[in-house]
Design a protein. Sequence first.
Lengths: 353, 353
Amino acid sequence: MGQAVTPEELERFGIALLEAAGTPTPFAREVARNLVFGNLRGVDSHGIRLLLYYLEHIRHGLIVPTAVGEPLHEFGAICAYDAAFGLGAATSAECCAIANRLASTHGVGVVTARRANHFGAAAFWARRMADAGHIGLAFCNASTIVAPWQSKEPRFGTNPICMAVPGPYEDSFLLDMATTTVAANRIFKAFQNNEPSIPAGWAADKDGRPTTDTKEAYNGLVAPLGGYKGTGLAVMVEILTSVLSGGAMGAEIGGIRYTEKPLSVSHFFLAIDVRRFLPADEFEARMARLVAELRGSAPAAGYDEVLVAGDPEIRIERERRAHGIPFSDADLAALHEAALSFGVEPLQLKNAR
Amino acid sequence: MGQAVTPEELERFGIALLEAAGTPTPFAREVARNLVFGNLRGVDSHGIRLLLYYLEHIRHGLIVPTAVGEPLHEFGAICAYDAAFGLGAATSAECCAIANRLASTHGVGVVTARRANHFGAAAFWARRMADAGHIGLAFCNASTIVAPWQSKEPRFGTNPICMAVPGPYEDSFLLDMATTTVAANRIFKAFQNNEPSIPAGWAADKDGRPTTDTKEAYNGLVAPLGGYKGTGLAVMVEILTSVLSGGAMGAEIGGIRYTEKPLSVSHFFLAIDVRRFLPADEFEARMARLVAELRGSAPAAGYDEVLVAGDPEIRIERERRAHGIPFSDADLAALHEAALSFGVEPLQLKNAR
């Protein structure tokens, strides 16, 4: 245990695998960077392990690695995009470029994408817009694993809400949150680690009863954030993604772990050019003041600091840039197997601390 | 006890009071309709009782009842508006009209307003955009009563998130939620009703420790929805309102119950013209399908139905349209006193059931 990989090596490896699977280099680079971003920030569920699913979907013809999609139509400051089952990061790079162009031209831009694939961490795309001087919001819908409040039947996904703001990536507000109390994989992990119980509010059993029993939760349902409000937010995201884009809805959506049909999620990108509201340096100064006021507020009993959305991930990123990205032996074995089957040079490891 | 008022009479009364306080009729009508909307939907915290605070702020020169503000500048699909301390509903009607015009012209429109007052229920404004065929989002910041996650010092407000969609008002998705677990006034009510405890997750004591003790909660802090995620959402709203508009931030914001300084909140309106993405009837059909799938999902153990955001309020509205809006004797006494002091005809009551 405790082996690590540098981000550069992980990106090299991801690109090589994708190219071997027939992906043009520019698309392979976007996908690999997006996944490394996830690993660097400690969001390993959205890191390189997704690539193994992508490769399976390519093998089954569900992801078209050469496709980048095209605008169905553009009008004023909006664009409806057809992602044509291209790799999620390849089509999202196009969509963010359009959103950024529209925002630069009109002050705001909205792009929806249908027939899309997993775009990795939403934060990567919100930052793509923030780096262009825009407030960036990125939403997507997801496989139906979450039941609405008061229901026991899954009807929508973890439907994340994500927002980034212009300013230095290393010290900024960067929100990227599922609209469930916790990400589903925290329940999977508790189950895998044989933890008998999980905190209240995380999950319900298969009949929709709130539970703290790990096994019941594993066989049950991920709970929406705070009950009916989380459901409301998830439906908001569902409307802005699948309903507005004309994309797949409900049971039409596939799953990344299944290969019967394409994933076919929908994305929503909103870019707002802050410079059309106030000077860029004034916006950044106001953001810095807000963040300082939050971090400078007195900690509650039991805590010694107050954090802003994005702070925990940046800390992990600093650590992992310095010491490498750690992987379990099981993950390394799976990645090694993929390297062998595609005939690419295996991951070079460095020893973790 | 149990006296009621028709919505028409309540609107007449609100307009009369506002006119007597120097408000031009069109502005008075917007404000009164906005408040009656709150009462009709059972959101009495955003109903006619707010008018008493508005009148106090007018008396102190903090609300300028004749002001409607003006655009600071407009560029492409965005507009930065200065609300100039006009009545919140008067300036918000202007801002929504601009957002609707921008969305009709460019597919999307964004309007920020600074130096603004309380705009009542956000849902009223989101519906104003939805009635024009647009997805409408309305956000505002608020007096600092909520501490960030891990903090015990209030740094932002209940910062609501609100969204409406085109389609029939009576049967649609209409989300209007504070980014706290519950509205602050539910804790006040539990305290007033001498209930010894409140559910977990609602509040923290003054040191920021989670508490279910009603008195500790009353003297403590409203909890952000689901902890750090609710804080993230509140900060998202804060950025889109005060930071982007150039408006008052943090301690600069006043309070509706205080008269030392203007409230000076900021508003954010986003309108998206769905007809630029897909035909209006297709959008409505897709919405109807989504809503039907949610309502049609199997109820969890202990429930016999599944609701969509807005359903509970519409039920109350049907009830109150049929039987009148009920008021407590204390509320009626306060409204009667206002009628006397402004020399307007008192509220005509009808007997509640």
